[in-house]
Design a protein around this ligand. Structure first.
Ligand SMILES: *Cc1c(COP(=O)(O)O)cnc(C)c1O
Length: 403
C-alpha cells in the first residue's frame, strides 16, 4: 500500500507518484511471454520520459523507442546502449537524422519515401551506412480511440505495402543504407488481438516476399500499443499477444522487437491532488482540486476515463460530482458525474493509471509550474523531478532577466 498522505506531506501536491516495482513486474511479464525467441523490448520513451524511469528499464536490459532526437539523447543519458535504440516518427529533421546516424543507433524507422531519400543523402555526406527499418501501414482498423489509431491509410503513419517493397529494393541497392528491420504500430490502447494478428500476417508476408529477392531482414518490429485496464476493459494477455505474433512468423528467423509504453508505466502511476473547495452551480456539483489539465491532459484531449480514489474522513454518501482543476478552460476536468462523498479542504484525490502520457503531455498553461515526480522502489520514496518554480517558468524570457 502506498502511503499517499505521508508522501504528499513531504513532497506537496499536485504530485506524480510512480511505483517502480510495478514497472519491473510488467516488464518481466512481457519479456517472459517471448521466451524461447530472440526478443528486445524497446521501451517507448514518450509514454513517460523521466530519465529515472528510462534508466529503470535500461537496467533490466530494455532498449528505447524514441520519437525525437531529444528522446534519443534521454535514452543515451539513461544508459540505454546504442544498439538497442530505435528512432521513429513521421517528421524527422535533417539534424535529427544526422545525429541518429552519427550515434550509430540500432536503426532509424523510416516513415516515407521522401524520408528514405533524406536518410540516404545524409548518410552519404557522413560517409556512413545507416541501418533502417520501414514502417508499414497495414491498413487495419485497430478498434481503439480514433486519436490513437495509427494503422489505417487515413492516418499519417507509415507507408503502404507496395511503397514499402519499392523502398526496400532502393535501400538494398544503396551503399549508404542497410535495411535490417520492418515495423508496424497500428495504434495504442489495443484490447483486441485480431487486428494485431492480421497486421502481423500482412507484414510477415512482405518479409517472405522480400526474402525471395534476397533482402533478408533481421528485426520484426511489432510496435507497442498493448492496452491496459483503466476501468473494466478486458485486455490482451502478454502471453496470448506473443503467441499471436509468433504464430505469424513460422520458420522466419527474426528477432522480435516490441515497443511497449503504456503497458509498462500507466498503471504504475498516480496523480495526486488536494481538494481546494467544493462548489455548486445550480444542480451541478464540482470538486475543485489543485491539479489541472496542464498536469494531466488525457481527459481533456481524449475524454479519457481515469479511476479516481479519495482519501477523506467523510463518511457521507456518494453523489455525482465533476472533478475539475483551476485552469480557465471548461475542458479542465478529470472526471464527470463521478460518485464521491462530500470532501473537505485538503482531502486527497488520486487519479489512477497516470503513469503513461501523463506528465509528458503536461504544459505550463496558465503559468502553472509542472508537478514534482517521485518514485517508490522497495518501499523507499525518492524525488525524480523537482517541482517547477516561477523562476523556471520565466527563465527563457531573456529580455526581462538581468545579465
Ligand atoms: C507511441 C508509440 C509506441 C508506444 O505505444 P503504447 O501504446 O504506449 O504502447 C510504440 N511505438 C511507436 C512507434 C509509437 O509511436
Amino acid at each position: 500500500m502506498i502511503d499517499f498522505k505521508a508522501i504528499t506531506q513531504e513532497y506537496k501536491t499536485p504530485l506524480y507518484i510512480y511505483d517502480f516495482d510495478y514497472m519491473t513486474a510488467q516488464y518481466n511479464e512481457l519479456k517472459a511471454a517471448f521466451k524461447g525467441r530472440k526478443s528486445i523490448l524497446a521501451y517507448a520513451v514518450k509514454a513517460n520520459s523521466n530519465l529515472s524511469v528510462v534508466k529503470h528499464f535500461a537496467k533490466m536490459g530494455s532498449g528505447a523507442d524514441c520519437v525525437s532526437i531529444g528522446e534519443v539523447r534521454r535514452a543515451f543519458l539513461a544508459g540505454v546502449p546504442a544498439y538497442r535504440i530505435i528512432f521513429s516518427g513521421v517528421g524527422k529533421t535533417d539534424d535529427e537524422i544526422r545525429e541518429a546516424i552519427q550515434k550509430e543507433i540500432l536503426y532509424i524507422n523510416v516513415e516515407s519515401e521522401a524520408e528514405l531519400g533524406r536518410v540516404e543523402l545524409i548518410a552519404k555526406e557522413l560517409n556512413k551506412v545507416s541501418r533502417i527499418s520501414i514502417r508499414v501501414n497495414p491498413n487495419i482498423d485497430p478498434k481503439t480511440h480514433p486519436y490513437i489509431s495509427t494503422g489505417l491509410h487515413d492516418n499519417k503513419f507509415g507507408v503502404d505495402l507496395s511503397s514499402a517493397k519499392r523502398m526496400y529494393i532502393k535501400a538494398n541497392n544503396s551503399d549508404n543504407l542497410d535495411p535490417v528491420g520492418i515495423h508496424f504500430h497500428i495504434g495504442s490502447q489495443l484490447t483486441e488481438l485480431q487486428p494485431i494478428r492480421e497486421s502481423a500476417e500482412i507484414v510477415a508476408d512482405l518479409v517472405r516476399s522480400l526474402s525471395t529477392i534476397n533482402i533478408e531482414l533481421k528485426f520484426f518490429d511489432i510496435g507497442g500499443g498493448l492496452g491496459i485496464k483503466y476501468d473494466d476493459e478486458v485486455t490482451i494477455k502478454p502471453y496470448d499477444y506473443a503467441q499471436a505474433i509468433l504464430g505469424c512468423l513460422n520458420a522466419l528467423d527474426l528477432t522480435i522487437l516490441c515497443e511497449p509504453g503504456r503497458f509498462l508505466t500507466a498503471n504504475a502511476g498516480y496523480f495526486v491532488s488536494k481538494v481546494l473547495y467544493e462548489k455548486q452551480n445550480g444542480e451541478k456539483k464540482f470538486v475543485v482540486i489543485d491539479g489541472a489539465m496542464n498536469d494531466l491532459l488525457r481527459p481533456a484531449l481524449y475524454s479519457a476515463y481515469h479511476k479516481i480514489d479519495v482519501i477523506t474522513d467523510s463518511k457521507e454518501e456518494s453523489r455525482p460530482v465533476d472533478i475539475v482543476g483551476p485552469v480557465c478552460e471548461s475542458g479542465d476536468f478529470f472526471a464527470k458525474d463521478y460518485p464521491l462523498p462530500p470532501l473537505a479542504h485538503n482531502d486527497l484525490v488520486i487519479v489512477n493509471s497516470a503513469g503513461a502520457y501523463g506528465f509528458g503531455m503536461g504544459s505550463n498553461y496558465n503559468t502553472r509550474g509542472r508537478s514534482a515526480e517521485v518514485a517508490i522502489e522497495d518501499g523507499k520514496v525518492r524525488l525524480i523531478r523537482r517541482r517547477e518554480t516561477f523562476e523556471d517558468l520565466i527563465a527563457l524570457e531573456t529580455e526581462f532577466l538581468e545579465k
